[in-house]
Design a protein around this ligand. Sequence first.
Ligand SMILES: [Zn+2]
Length: 270
Amino acid sequence: MWLDTHCHLDAPEFLADIESIIERAKEAGVLGILLPAVRAQDFDLVKEITHRFKKDIPYLVYTLGIHPLYTDRAVDQDLVTLEKAVTESLSDPCFVGIGEIGLDYFVAELDPHRQAFFFNAQLDLAQTLHLPVILHVRRSQDMILKALRQRSISGGIAHAFNGSFQQAQQFIAMGFKLGFGGAATYERALQIRRLVKELPPESIVTETDSPDIPPAWLRDENERRNEPAYLPRIAKVLAQIRGIDDADLRRLVVSNTKQALPRWGQLLAQ
Ligand SMILES: [Zn+2]
């Protein structure tokens, strides 16, 4: 069984043919997918998609949160909506944490104060409820590490990780796993490939981040949309970089995911 620990199944790009996306993921052996919400308007949709397709993808789960790229359009009230949605979801075994949250200093026009306001409030909620978080970390590793250090957060996943080796080690020391996917399939992605190769085995999880981050072969074919069915092929590249068997990587990822996200772990243990 393969796990895609980060896939935006609710994205508009998937809306027209989501049934075939799910079917291809299932055929590829991707039996677990984590669907992170990005804005309050989508919380109901994210839950609905999860429950609609869990008959096909038995370990389909979701997290709820407000993504940094959506903070300029979010209103303060969305945090109230989030807290309510999260509290209600605690009885739902498919709900596994808070996310996608974080800081993005790559997109210059986003207000950093607004981003920090939403990020800190959501970390506080995760701390209060002892929930893990799914982190979006782009050019913001040190600020995010600082915010984590000021709290007691129960780990989670730093997705599409692209920091230094030292920053990676600091996330790992705080109970985080690091997500790797399509970016590592590019031969020029030397830093990411070095992380994939050298980080401790217990720190790595696989993801597609679809519909984003198309792997190298899709870019060659001029196809922009990524999808969860490509996870095994992406993981094969990761396994090659590490010099291990696909099957070993598969087992490693299941075990690491159980640790990072205990509620997903409970489902995976069934
Ligand atoms: Zn994402």
